[in-house]
Design a protein around this ligand. Structure first.
Ligand SMILES: O=P(O)(O)OC[C@@H](O)[C@@H](O)c1c[nH]c2ccccc12
Length: 269
């Protein structure tokens, strides 16, 4: 059974939402990303989105764009490096379901036939490719299914009539984007967000998760009543950015990791 499915059914039993953090792999470096993955797991993350840094993150706001640039500037992170990070974290005992988050170009450049065996070998359970529209995902969806890897679709409040079609082909869970525009913390969400979430929920038996803009406990609680999962990216990436000086020095590294853990624990428990 796919780790994502397993985790959602465990959490459903406990009537708990899945906290799904997003981090940019390689920001500030690969080893620190592995330590952050372990820290997120200790803090209560249900699964983790491992972001492949990309030079043209068109769907990302300033925080994640800066994070991608740091990762690429520090050490030219490739999609293969990110897959390796997942493999290493697993070999160090992580039980988290891993979701590789990547724009389509790095997958295309590496080649589907090359990427999928590596994803499988690294025990990666899901894939999110924000710039791969449903109309063009047939080949990738078929290969993902062969490897038992969920291709997790994004649905936006404007996806109205497409929601049904997108949800009917989804795997793992349906990622509901809370607002139009790019990633980044928000105080307001798309008007009609609750109706949108109800529409998605009615169109699939899969769990639904919400992302874009969530940063505080009040928002986490609000969306936990409707969604099975809550994704937090920018707010967490910002915390990592603030902790960079501590993470850079072995003497203060534990404090840096602790500040990340404290943020997550305050958010979800
Ligand atoms: O950063 P936010 O506002 O918390 O949103 C989650 C988001 O970071 C993560 O899921 C993600 C990172 N890059 C993306 C691009 C498109 C859709 C989603 C994403």
């Amino acid at each position: 059974m796919n780790r994502i499915d397993q985790k959602f059914s465990e959490l459903r039993e406990k009537k708990q939402p899945a906290f799904i953090p997003f981090i940019t792999i390689g920001d500030p470096d690969l080893r620190t990303s592995i330590d952050i993955i372990h820290t997120l797991e200790e803090a209560g993350a249900a699964m983790v989105e491992l972001g492949v840094p990309y030079s043209d993150p068109l769907a990302d706001g300033p925080v994640i764009q800066a994070s991608s640039m740091r990762a690429l500037r520090n050490n030219r992170i490739s999609i293969l490096d990110c897959i390796e990070v997942a493999k290493q974290a697993r070999s160090e005992g992580s039980k988290l379901p891993f979701i590789l988050f990547t724009y389509f170009n790095p997958v295309l450049q590496t080649g589907l036939d090359h990427v999928f065996p590596l994803l499988k070998e690294a025990d990666i359970s899901g894939l999110i490719i924000p710039d791969l529209p449903m109309e063009e995902d047939a080949e990738l969806r078929a290969i993902a299914a062969d490897y038992g890897i969920h291709l997790i679709p994004l649905v936006a409040p404007t996806s109205k009539e497409r929601v049904q079609r997108i949800a009917s082909r989804a795997g793992g869970f349906v990622y509901c984007v809370s607002s139009l525009g790019v990633t980044g913390t928000r105080t307001e969400f798309h008007t009609g967000i609750d109706e949108f979430l109800a529409t998605v929920k009615a169109s699939t038996d899969l769990p639904i998760a919400i992302g874009f803009g969530i940063s505080n406990r009040e928002q986490f609680v609000r969306f936990s009543t409707v969604c099975d999962g809550i994704v937090v990216g920018s707010a967490l990436v910002r915390k990592i950015e603030e902790a960079l000086p501590q993470l850079a020095d072995p003497a203060t590294r534990p404090d840096g990791l602790q500040s990340i853990r404290a943020y997550v624990e305050a958010l979800i428990s």
